[in-house]
Design a protein around this ligand. Structure first.
Ligand code: PHE
Length: 348
């Protein structure tokens, strides 16, 4: 077939495909590939021009250009239509207008607690922990009884716990993230290696306590887990946050869901352990509690406590943020003052 004839065939094919395109759901991109792509019809006919007799070339060239222009302007119109449709669909689905100009300069900032939570999650993910989220509204079972709290334990008192008004099915605002331990252990089999950051609630309010605050729980369950693993883990992340010269110490303490149990102290981050006003001259600051998972807890979730051991710890994220960012009063974190947030760069 003569090349000129081929071109006129192509012209016809283009017209019929373009008409069909409008009634089909083909994308402009696949149309473009078929016509203008590396192996597209127009690219191929251009190749053929090399074999066309010299005297025919000017006419054939003119026709190919005309065809290419038609294809290009058709595609341009289709692409424009597609992007308009995308914008409309996006607005409808997300209730935002993606065409509004971005306002640089009035950028927000992450809350210091969010910033600290992200830093901690990044560290523990790097250590191979998964992140588990527990509910904030909780039953007595998950918040207390499965964690080996006896019926008369003072933490269940009205003093500390927010009880939901409707007590037909007694629910509380969780008083700690340890409820996540029970949820996770009932859902999964060992080995378990998780952290669970989140909001917790207690009836408490002064310079170092707010009624809602944030904790990060850590739970490891496997064969032959020992207190040495617990201590090593705590040292590792504390030093990543505060620096490698910061030491930690355990003070024996009681939590019903661990045995033995301890409070975790870190060397005061202001005086680096020498003694100052912030640490009441002791050189130490308390950040949370820890211990080896109590056999009664394993029993509550049907784990064999002869086969498995585990450690858990929990600490205040707000307290960590306060110490790391040098904030004197915990309450200022929750006043909603954006000028506080702006002092912290987005990524540290
Ligand atoms: N849940 C305890 C608290 O809120 C902290 C803790 C967690 C203690 C895990 C031991 C083990 O005080």
């Amino acid at each position: 077939m003569e090349v000129v004839e081929k071109i006129s065939h192509l012209m016809h094919r283009f017209h019929s495909e373009a008409a069909e395109f409008l009634s089909q759901s083909e994308t402009a991109e696949s149309f473009r590939i078929r016509w203008l792509g590396k192996k597209g019809a127009i690219t191929e006919i251009f190749e053929e021009m090399k074999t066309v007799a010299k005297e025919l070339r000017p006419e054939a060239g003119k026709q190919i250009h005309a065809l290419r222009q038609k294809v290009e302007s058709f595609l341009e119109a289709q692409q424009k239509k597609e992007s308009e449709q995308w914008i409309e669909a996006t607005i409808a689905a997300r209730h935002i207008d993606p065409t509004l100009p971005v306002q640089f300069g009035s950028q927000g900032a992450l809350h210091p607690v969010t910033l600290m939570r992200h830093r901690l999650m990044e560290i523990f993910q790097r250590y191979g922990f998964s992140i588990y989220e527990g509910p904030e509204i909780e039953s007595d079972f998950y918040n207390f009884s499965a964690l080996n709290f006896q019926a008369e334990h003072p933490a269940r008192d009205m003093q500390d716990t927010f009880f939901l008004a409707d007590q037909s099915t007694p629910l509380v605002l969780r008083t700690h993230t340890s409820n996540a331990q029970i949820h996770a252990m009932l859902q999964e089999k060992p080995p378990i290696r998780l952290i669970s950051p989140g909001k917790v609630f207690r009836v408490d309010s002064d310079a170092s306590h707010t009624p809602a605050f944030h904790q990060l729980e850590c739970l490891v369950v496997d064969r032959r887990i020992s207190m040495a693993h617990l201590k090593g883990m705590i040292d590792a992340f504390v030093q990543e946050i505060f620096g490698s010269d910061i030491r930690t110490r355990f003070r024996p303490s009681y939590f019903p869901f661990v045995e033995p149990g301890a409070e975790i102290d870190v060397a005061c981050t202001l005086c680096r352990g020498k003694g100052c006003q912030t640490c009441s001259q002791t050189g130490w600051l308390e950040i949370g509690g820890c211990g080896m998972v109590h056999p009664n807890v394993f029993e509550a979730v049907n784990y064999d406590s002869e086969e498995y051991t585990g450690f858990a710890f929990g600490f205040g994220i707000d307290r960590m943020a306060m110490l790391a960012y040098g904030l004197p009063d915990l309450r200022q974190l929750f006043e909603g003052d954006v000028s506080l947030h702006r002092q912290f760069p987005l990524y540290q």
